[in-house]
Design a protein around this ligand. Sequence first.
Ligand SMILES: Cc1cc2nc3c(=O)[nH]c(=O)nc-3n(C[C@H](O)[C@H](O)[C@H](O)COP(=O)(O)OP(=O)(O)OC[C@H]3O[C@@H](n4cnc5c(N)ncnc54)[C@H](O)[C@@H]3O)c2cc1C
Length: 369
Amino acid sequence: MKTEADFAIIGGGIVGLSIAYGILQQGYSVICIDGTDTDFRASRGNFGLVWVQGKGITAPSYARWTQESARLYPDFVARLSDHTGVNVSLSQMGGYEYFTDQNIFNQRIAEYEHLKHALGGDYPYQILSSDEIRAAEPMVGGQTIGASYYPYDGHINPLQLLKALAEICQKMGLSHYLGQIVDNVTQQKGSFRLVSKKGLTISANKVVLCAGLGAKKLAPLFGFKGLISPQRGQVLVTEKLPPVINRPSVTIRQVNEGAIQIGDSNEEVGFNDNETNAQMSIIASNAIKVMPMLGQLRLVRAWGALRVMSPDGLPVYHQSASMPGAYLVTCHSGITLAAIHATQLSQWLIGGPKSQDISSFSEDRFNAT
Ligand SMILES: Cc1cc2nc3c(=O)[nH]c(=O)nc-3n(C[C@H](O)[C@H](O)[C@H](O)COP(=O)(O)OP(=O)(O)OC[C@H]3O[C@@H](n4cnc5c(N)ncnc54)[C@H](O)[C@@H]3O)c2cc1C
């Protein structure tokens, strides 16, 4: 394996590997250094949605970025599957958000109208009445008063996606170091030198910091603010069933193997990814309000995992001013954004043409904080 390359990527989660893939496609050499199994790893604990609705309600640039990634997804996944044979089980036939409170439903409709206007009309959401959503999804009932629908929403098997990315990158020549924690960084004459705790030394012309929550510690070494924090989400998994849910919602989806996953917590509890009985019972009772039949099913598994959150919840794409050639890339929807990270964001990292202005995602927006 190489110890010198055009690019070194710190972090081999979904963000690091999507970018490694994008850069390798442009003909550059890439080394990825990934940490250990004791790290917090959102890429292994997420909900697997490729999701647009609800994102960027007050930040149209983020809504547009997310929408573009969702539109790129079918091609992105087709190429991964063709080259690796890994089935990532993408189903992208649209998705729902269910509502049980009329005021919240009305507020969401007003927000979507506002966003649609800000996006020049390009926000093809639909609103479904209680009867329409019950007809479309036979499991839906209970207190559901309606739903929003967005046609590019979908879901995927996120672990298979990670596997496919690792395999395609390996085929394209990625040097992938596992179990290595980078903790020392220097830059001399334009070249970076990264050293891991175990003494692995890597040289590269450019570095992309994609270390998830690990970036909080490393960011200052590159002159980044690194204002990220953990937010816990818990996920419940039922026994397997034949197909009973046609499309995913933001909190309930039936995965390709048949189990129903339920998850909707956003907890500010620091670096703690435990699951808790109290939160699991809130998640279950909210789900039963929308799909009462879920109450008949056995739960077989649950987990907690930590999201990687910036102060405003938007991605951070930033080149260091004090160490040019070092980039920070972090986001809280790395599954959804994988397709655009492998294309447009990678173009930006290699210095190619940009098809969308991403300056609003720089760390400079936090200057006042
Ligand atoms: C409960 C939950 C549900 C979610 N649901 C969705 C969803 O439905 N759709 C969606 O789009 N997103 C979802 N997300 C978010 C998504 O999972 C994350 O945005 C994404 O996984 C972040 O990927 P990452 O590569 O930045 O971070 P990680 O997966 O955390 O990877 C970072 C990597 O960096 C390595 N690392 C850390 N420090 C160092 C170091 N010093 N040296 C070397 N390596 C290091 C770690 O070992 C790790 O492998 C969810 C997240 C959670 C927690």
